[in-house]
Write a protein that binds this ligand. Structure first.
Ligand code: DAH
Length: 367
């Protein structure tokens, strides 16, 4: 740029630099008005903003003609220096004001475009949120709880880690009793094991509540079983206990029968078969007439017409004595049933292990 410019005197150089700016700024003049011009797309406005920024660097940056002009201030005659300095400053202020005005205007345009683009279209259909589902075992557990609560029973929680006393000894299963073998469980720290049955809650409930007591205790139990389509090392049981004065086996049969009629319909028949459990005397297992074929025989009941459900009996006097209840004054019945296999039958599952794989596509079918 040197050649021509040095031929000009300082004032002329200011005018020349200003003129060069004005020429290039020409296309941005439309952005210096009160309001921004309409009709510009976001892309156009952004391109203009970029061009304006480049123009600003070119005309006011360190290497610009304008910067060279400012250096002349020191070189003009001392008596003219003040006036020249003022001219340079005033001209520069004008240039900067014009650039700022155009830039402000363009930024406003861009902002308006962006706001419009990001605003919500209230006419668009919403996204439906997915509801969770209760697990089929939870569904059955809640139905059972409802029935027993309506019969005046309370629901007990129990614990999953137990001592030998609650899982065996207090339930009349002494050391070396063969019943321990069929309920081999998982041992944790010395003296503790995962409970193999919910019968443990009978003891806790009587210790805490005393008698009379009517309670059910749903919960998880654990056994060293190899998983197959009808077994899992972890499964769910519901325990029931009723202790009061004058309780007989008739109460047991009446209660279990009423429960099963409410579960599977008024025409459901219940039958009791003699059995053995260490914590009941006498003991019985109970079956109910198949909910599908009503007893005539089908695939679900393996053509027997009956579905086996659980164990029961009159609470053994030793169990009552262990918790300080006098068996001469009080008697009671207890029962226990597994609910995983029942869910399997009700929903026609080939494999109850499906219940614990937590595949949402499977679980969401039940409600
Ligand atoms: N606890 C037994 C089991 O896990 C089931 C059972 C049988 C519970 C008889 C009872 C009962 O309360 O009286 O196999």
């Amino acid at each position: 740029m040197g050649g021509t410019e040095t031929d000009l005197n300082p004032q002329e150089q200011v005018t020349a630099a200003n003129k060069a700016f004005e020429q290039e700024f020409e296309r941005f003049v439309r952005f210096t008005g009160e309001t921004a011009p309409t009709g510009l797309s976001l892309a156009e406005a952004t391109a203009e903003e970029r061009a304006l920024a480049e123009l600003r660097t070119r005309h006011t940056g360190k290497k610009s003609a304008w910067a060279a002009t400012k250096k002349l201030i020191g070189r003009v005659e001392a008596d003219q220096r003040a006036a020249f300095g003022q001219l340079v400053q005033a001209t520069e202020a004008e240039i900067v004001a014009k650039l700022d005005a155009a830039e402000g205007n363009l930024k406003q345009l861009i902002e308006a475009h962006r706001t419009a683009r990001e605003s919500i279209d209230v006419t668009l259909p919403g996204r439906r949120s997915r509801y969770g589902h209760r697990h089929p075992i939870t569904l059955l557990r809640e139905r059972i709880e409802d029935i027993f609560v309506s019969l005046g029973y309370v629901i007990e929680d129990g614990r999953e880690i137990e001592t030998d006393f609650y899982n065996f000894a207090a339930l009349n299963i002494p050391d070396n009793h063969p019943a321990r073998g069929t309920q081999d469980t998982f041992y944790t720290t010395d003296g503790f094991a995962l409970r193999s049955q919910t019968s443990t809650v009978q003891i806790h409930a009587m210790q805490r509540r005393g008698v009379p007591v009517r309670m059910i205790a749903p919960g998880r139990v654990f056994r060293r079983d190899t998983p197959d389509p009808t077994h899992n090392p972890m499964f769910y049981q519901v325990e029931g206990l009723c202790v009061d004065r004058g309780i007989t086996m008739a109460h047991l049969k009446g209660t279990v029968g009423e429960f099963l009629r409410r579960m599977f319909g008024a025409d459901t028949v219940t039958r009791f078969r003699p059995s053995y459990f260490p914590f009941t005397e006498p003991s019985a297992e109970f079956d109910f007439s198949c909910f599908k074929c009503k007893g005539s025989g089908c695939r679900i009941c393996k053509n027997s017409g009956w579905i086996e459900l659980g164990g029961s009996g009159m609470v053994h006097p030793n169990v009552l004595r262990t918790v300080g209840v006098d068996p001469e004054e009080y008697s009671g019945f207890a029962f226990g049933l597994g609910i995983d296999r029942m869910v399997g039958l009700m929903y026609n599952l080939d494999d109850i292990r499906l219940l614990f794989e937590n595949d949402v596509r499977f679980l969401e079918q039940f409600e």
